[in-house]
Design a protein around this ligand. Structure first.
Ligand code: GYE
Length: 343
């Protein structure tokens, strides 16, 4: 018997609060028992007992913008393989139109379940209604959305994005004595993490630290190239007036670090750089003193999503939201914990 039964029990016992029509996450209590996702385990053979119908699921992934996303895809792919679930993956560009088309494709294939990492928050109702009419349950992985009617999706498995923003702001406040000019490199326009990370960050600096000023803030696409481009323009406009960067993901932070160095400044010293994701290369950059801190965004969501999916397909009740608690990595713990980081 695999350990995942424990996860399943915890998942089913979770008190998930249904916040009427949004799966954005901030209004929901988190799932304490499920807050430590297991690392993806590879079973030597599929766990589905002989004779039981193989589940076919269609996963509409956003794209390939970041290291984080590759790790997330790997997590669900290997977990599905271990469980004997037939997982079809549609890696779409980060455009709603392509994602809707991919969802419709899977509906036409009559899959047993749909998994979606939505690129934006709104506009999903028509395709979700089609899935509902075809009796195909929809699971949200990594990002939530906002829909205008209930009953269109089953479970969201995600990090607490507002809390990630708050953690980044508090870390910067502590290191700068609550006084710094900040440049923010946001995630993609209209996406849940961009909106909620910004909101959490702003909540802390506006509410608690009047000398922490957001001098620049612009959306990016989560890529290293865009992070570099944005930071170059910020430095051009502000010169040495920026003491801190809040990048919504590691990849954009790496680009910003490059731009800071190109401008003759020292990242980690002249300009503190805080990001989100805490991938292995980010921990390496922290150890090298270039990245100051990274808030974890656990990418290994495969086991939790598939626990919910298998339970729901089997007729069990599943919680609307499973929210993950993430850690913070900086110079105090990166060395000691990098060995356990698999992505
Ligand atoms: O932080 C980032 C990716 O949606 C949580 O998307 C995800 C974010 C992640 O571009 O690296």
């Amino acid at each position: 018997m695999r350990a995942r039964n424990g996860i399943l029990t915890a998942l089913l016992m979770t008190t998930a609060v249904w916040s009427p029509l949004t799966a954005r996450g901030q209004t929901t209590s988190s799932a304490p028992a499920a807050s430590q996702p297991t690392t993806t385990q590879t079973a030597s053979q599929p766990v589905r007992p002989p004779g039981q119908k193989t589940i076919t699921a269609g996963f509409v992934q956003i794209g390939t913008e970041s290291l984080w996303r590759a790790a997330e895809t790997q997590s669900i792919r290997s977990e599905a393989e271990a469980r004997g679930i037939n997982l079809r993956i549609a890696p779409t560009p980060p455009e709603q139109e392509s994602q809707v088309k991919a969802l419709r494709g899977f509906i036409a294939q009559k899959v047993d379940a749909l998994i979606l990492a939505p690129c934006v928050e709104t506009g999903w109702e028509p395709v979700l209604r089609e899935a509902k009419a075809a009796r195909i349950p929809v699971f949200l992985m990594d990002r939530g959305f906002s829909v205008s009617e209930g009953g269109l999706w089953r479970t969201l498995v995600s990090s607490e994005f507002p809390e990630q923003g708050r953690m980044a702001a508090r870390w910067l406040a502590e290191k700068t004595g609550g006084k710094c000019n900040i440049a923010e490199l946001q995630g993609p326009v209209g996406s849940t993490p961009a909106y909620e990370r910004h909101k959490g960050f702003e909540e802390v600096i506006v509410g608690e630290y009047s000398a922490m000023i957001l001098v620049k803030s612009q959306p990016g696409d989560g890529s290293r190239a865009k992070g570099k481009e944005l930071m170059e323009s910020f430095l051009k406009a502000e010169g040495n007036n920026i003491q801190a960067v809040f990048a919504h993901n590691d990849d954009m932070a790496f680009g910003a670090i490059q731009a800071i160095e190109d401008a003759g400044l020292k990242p980690g010293k002249d300009v503190l750089v805080v990001s989100i994701d805490a991938t292995k290369p980010a921990l390496e950059a922290i150890i090298a003193g270039k990245l100051s801190a990274s808030i974890e965004c656990n990418a290994q969501l495969g086991p939790l999503v598939l626990d919910a999916l298998e339970a729901a397909v089997g007729g069990a009740k599943v919680p609307y939201k499973i929210l993950i608690k993430d850690d913070l990595f900086d110079a105090s713990n990166a060395k000691e914990r990098i060995g356990a980081r698999s992505y």
